[in-house]
Design a binder for this molecule. Structure first.
Ligand SMILES: Cc1cc2nc3c(=O)[nH]c(=O)nc-3n(C[C@H](O)[C@H](O)[C@H](O)COP(=O)(O)OP(=O)(O)OC[C@H]3O[C@@H](n4cnc5c(N)ncnc54)[C@H](O)[C@@H]3O)c2cc1C
Length: 465
C-alpha cells in the first residue's frame, strides 16, 4: 500500500488504526491534541460486560431500581455481539460485528505482546480469518468474561487482563489476602476485603477475603505517595525485596495475595518476582486514574508507534479541514502557535467523544463534532429539545441520553448523514466518537475502539489498495 493516511487522536482506537495501517504499508501521520484515555483506564480490554439500563429520553425518576434490575451481565461478549438483536438500536457493535471486533482485539493483544496482555483468541473469528469456514464467524460462544475486583471491592467484567491481574480474577471459593500499602491513600484494603467478602459472583459464587496493611516506604521520608511513585519504587529489586520482607509470614496456605496495581511501571514481571518470594500467587487490582496498568499500555504503544515510524504530531489540535469534490483532502492542526496542513489519501477520525473534547454540548444545547463538524446521531437542531431529551438530573438513575450521541457509521466506518448515506468521502471513524453505546456502563469501550479501528483500517486498505 503506497498511500498516506492521517489518524486523528492518540487513544487506543487511534494507535490501533495507525499501527494496523503502518503494517499494511501506508505512510501514517498521527495528529493529536494530547494523550488519549488509556492512561486513565484500568489497562484491561473490556469488550462487553453488561447490557440494558438504556439511555434515552429520560427525566428525574426514570432510573432507579427497575432500570438497574434491567441491566444484565454478559458472560460471552462475542456471542452477544453476534446476536445483534440483544444490542440496542444504533449500537456500534451492530455494524462492527463479531468478526472485526475479535480480529481487532486479537491484533491488539498480539501488538502489545504477552508481557502486557493475556490473549484469549476468539476461535470462531480465527476460523473465518483463515478461510476454514467463514460461516463459523458468528458461531461458538468465544471466551467468557472474567470478573475482576475494583479498587472499592466491587466486581466488574472484562475480557482481557494484564498477566499481573491474572491471579486477581475472582473464582468461586477463592481465598484472598488483600494487602493495603499505608502510604498509598487510593486503596483501602479493609474496605476492599469487606466488600469482596459480601459480593456474589455472577453465576452465584462467593469468595473469602481478609485484609492487612503494611507500611511500605515508596519514596524516602514521604508519607503520601501516589500509585506511579509506588510503581517506580517497585521497578527496583530493592523495592521488591522490602515489600516481600513486610509480607513474609503473613500469607496463609491457599491464599492469593491481592495488591493495588502498582507492581512496576516499566518492568511488567514484578508480580512474578514477588510471587516467587512469597510462594503464593500475586495479583493486581486496578486503581482510580492515573492508572499504572493503563500507563504501561500507553507507554508501550507510544514506543511501538515510534519504532514503526508512525509520525506522531503531539500537541496538535485539528481545527480546520479542507473538502474538495465531496472528499476530505486535508486537516489543519494548530501546533505551537502556527497552523499546519496535513494532506492525505484517507483520514481516520479517532478523536474520542465528550470526555476528550471531540464532541461538545454548549449551554444552549447545541451538540457539535468539534473536529470535522460531522452530523451527529441522536441530536436535534433545536438546542432546547436536546437539553430536555439528552440530559436529566437524576445522576444515580439511567445513563444520560447524551452518552449515546456520536457519529453514526456503516460497516466500513464511513460517517453517515440523517438519511443513512455516507456524508464525506475519505473519512472513516473509530472509537469513542461513534454513536450508540454507553461504554462505561456496558464495559464496551476498548472492544468498540479496537473493532472499529480494525474495520476502519481494513476499509482504507481495501479502498486505496
Ligand atoms: C469516566 C469514564 C469511565 C469509563 N469507563 C470505562 C470502562 O470502565 N470500561 C470501558 O470499556 N470504557 C470505559 N470508558 C470509555 C473509554 O474510556 C473510551 O471508550 C475510550 O477511551 C475511547 O478511546 P478512543 O481512542 O476512541 O478515544 P480517547 O482515548 O478519548 O482518545 C481521543 C484522542 O483524540 C485526541 N483529540 C481529541 N480532539 C482532538 C482534536 N481536535 N485534534 C486532535 N486530536 C484530538 C485526544 O487528545 C486523544 O488523544 C470510560 C469513559 C469515561 C469518560
Amino acid at each position: 500500500m503506497n498511500s498516506d493516511v492521517v489518524v486523528i487522536g492518540a487513544g487506543i482506537a487511534g494507535y490501533a488504526a495507525a499501527l494496523r495501517l503502518r503494517r499494511a504499508g501506508a505512510g501514517v501521520t498521527l495528529v493529536t491534541k494530547g494523550m488519549g484515555g488509556l492512561a486513565l483506564s484500568p489497562g484491561t480490554i473490556d469488550v462487553l460486560g453488561r447490557l440494558g439500563g438504556a439511555a434515552g429520553p429520560a427525566g428525574p425518576g426514570a432510573g432507579g431500581e427497575a432500570e438497574r434490575a434491567a441491566r444484565r451481565a454478559i458472560t460471552h461478549p462475542y456471542a452477544a455481539i453476534a446476536a445483534a438483536d440483544l444490542l440496542p438500536e444504533g449500537h456500534p457493535y451492530r455494524v462492527i460485528g463479531r468478526e472485526a471486533t475479535a480480529a481487532g482485539v486479537d491484533r491488539f493483544a498480539a501488538l502489545v505482546g504477552s508481557d502486557l496482555l493475556t490473549a484469549r483468541p476468539d476461535g470462531a473469528a480465527e476460523d473465518a480469518g483463515t478461510g476454514q469456514g467463514g460461516s463459523a464467524a458468528n458461531s461458538g460462544e468465544g471466551p467468557a468474561n472474567l470478573w475482576l475486583p475494583t479498587a472499592l471491592g466491587a466486581v466488574r467484567p472484562t475480557l482481557l487482563v494484564q498477566p499481573s491481574m491474572q491471579a486477581s480474577v475472582l473464582h468461586d471459593g477463592g481465598r484472598y489476602l488483600v494487602v493495603g500499602l499505608a502510604r498509598l491513600k487510593d486503596f483501602t484494603a479493609d474496605m476492599v476485603a469487606g466488600n469482596l467478602g459480601r459480593a456474589e459472583l455472577p453465576g452465584g459464587g462467593r469468595v473469602q477475603a481478609r485484609a492487612i496493611t503494611v507500611d511500605f516506604e515508596a519514596r524516602a521520608g514521604e508519607s503520601d505517595t501516589n500509585a506511579v511513585g509506588h510503581a517506580r519504587a517497585l521497578d527496583h529489586p530493592d523495592g521488591i525485596d522490602r515489600l516481600a520482607r513486610l509480607l513474609d509470614g503473613r500469607v496463609r496456605d491457599g491464599e492469593t495475595v491481592l495488591l493495588p496495581a502498582v507492581l512496576g511501571l516499566n518492568r511488567p514481571g514484578v508480580f512474578r518476582e514477588l510471587a516467587d518470594r512469597l510462594g503464593a500467587p500475586v495479583g493486581e487490582i486496578p486503581l482510580v486514574p492515573p492508572s499504572v496498568p493503563g500507563l504501561r499500555l500507553e507507554h508501550w504503544l507510544d514506543r511501538l508507534a515510534s519504532a514503526e515510524r508512525v509520525r506522531v504530531v503531539m500537541g496538535a489540535r485539528v481545527v480546520d479541514s479542507r473538502i474538495e469534490g465531496g472528499r476530505l483532502v486535508s486537516v489543519t492542526s494548530a501546533a505551537a502557535g502556527r497552523p499546519r496542513e496535513h494532506r492525505a489519501d484517507a483520514f481516520i477520525l479517532a478523536a474520542g467523544g465528550f470526555e476528550s473534547g471531540a464532541l461538545t454540548m454548549d449551554s444552549h444545547g447545541q451538540v457539535t463534532d468539534t473536529v470535522l463538524g460531522l452530523p451527529l446521531a441522536g441530536v436535534s437542531a433545536d438546542g432546547q429539545e436536546n437539553l430536555r431529551r439528552l440530559i436529566h438530573h437524576d445522576y444515580w438513575g439511567a445513563p444520560q441520553g447524551l452518552f449515546r450521541v456520536g457519529v453514526a457509521v456503516d460497516a466500513q466506518m464511513r460517517p453517515l448523514g440523517p438519511d443513512g448515506a455516507p456524508v464525506l468521502a475519505g473519512v472513516h471513524a473509530a472509537g469513542g466518537v461513534l454513536a450508540g453505546a454507553v461504554r462505561w456502563s456496558e464495559k464496551s469501550g476498548e472492544g468498540i475502539a479496537l473493532g472499529s479501528a480494525e474495520a476502519a483500517a481494513a476499509a482504507v486498505v481495501a479502498e486505496l489498495g
